[in-house]
Design a protein around this ligand. Structure first.
Ligand SMILES: [Zn+2]
Length: 215
C-alpha cells in the first residue's frame, strides 16, 4: 500500500478513510503507526490520501489500520460467507480476546461453539496458531487481505464478509453431538406389536376359513 488512505481519528481512536474526513488539518487525524499528525489531501490531481504533517521516515501504518478495520467489520456484523459451508451466522464477536495460549484476532460464537477469525494483512497465520486450532478442533477461518488494496470501507466490507476467494478454512468440523433428544423408539415397538397382532389375526382368520371350507 503506497499511498495512505487510512488514518486514526484523534478523538475517537477509530480508523477512518480519506473519503469520510474533512480536507487538510481539519481531519483531526493521526498516523496509525507513529501517532503524529496526519493531513488529509483531497485535491483534484492526485488520488485522495493522507500524509504526515511533518516529514518523517514513518511508513504510515496502513497495514495496522487495515487489520483494525477488518476486525471492526467482523465485530459489527453477524454473517459472513465462507468456502464450502456458505453463509455462516455468528454472534458475540470480540477482538483480541485471549483464548487458552493464543490471542485470536476475533473470537465469536456459532451456536454453542467458538469460532475464530484470523486476518492476514502482512503475513499468514503462524504455524503455532494453525496447529493450535487444528489440534484443538476449533472452528477457525483465515481471511487473506495481503494483496488487498484499500479503496473504500464498503469495498473492504465486501472482501471481509462476502468474498470467499480470500478465505481459507483452518479447521471446520461439525461436532457430533450425542443424541440427547427424546427417545421415540417406543413408538416403533408399539407399531411392531400392532402389526404383529393384526398380521397374526389375519393369518388366523384365513386359516380358519380354509379349515371351515375343508369340512
Ligand atoms: Zn507515521
Amino acid at each position: 500500500m503506497k499511498i495512505h488512505k487510512l488514518a486514526v481519528d484523534k478523538k475517537s481512536g477509530a480508523v477512518v478513510s480519506i473519503q469520510e474526513v474533512p480536507n487538510g488539518l481539519s481531519c483531526h487525524c493521526i498516523c496509525p503507526d507513529c501517532k503524529k499528525t496526519f493531513v488529509a489531501v483531497q485535491g483534484q490531481k492526485n488520488d485522495w490520501h493522507f500524509r504526515h504533517y511533518e516529514e518523517t521516515n514513518c511508513k504510515g501504518g496502513q497495514e495496522t489500520a487495515l487489520h483494525q478495520l477488518a476486525k471492526e467489520i467482523i465485530l459489527t456484523n453477524s454473517r459472513l460467507d465462507i468456502p464450502t459451508y456458505g453463509t455462516i451466522i455468528y454472534e458475540s464477536p470480540h477482538a483480541e480476546m485471549p483464548f487458552q495460549k493464543i490471542i485470536p484476532d476475533v473470537t465469536a460464537k456459532i451456536i454453542d461453539e467458538n469460532l475464530f477469525f484470523e486476518i492476514h494483512v502482512t503475513h499468514a497465520v503462524d504455524e503455532r496458531k494453525k496447529k493450535f486450532y487444528t489440534d484443538g478442533e476449533h472452528k477457525s477461518i483465515e481471511i487473506d487481505l495481503r494483496n488487498y488494496a484499500f479503496t473504500t470501507k464498503e469495498n473492504l466490507a465486501f472482501h471481509v464478509l462476502s468474498n470467499i476467494g480470500n478465505k481459507h478454512i483452518i479447521f471446520w468440523k461439525k461436532k457430533v453431538v450425542a443424541t440427547a433428544g427424546p427417545d421415540y423408539s417406543w413408538i416403533l415397538w408399539i407399531a411392531i406389536v400392532i402389526f404383529t397382532y393384526f398380521g397374526m389375526k389375519g393369518l388366523f382368520k384365513r386359516t380358519s376359513a380354509f379349515s371351515y371350507q375343508r369340512t
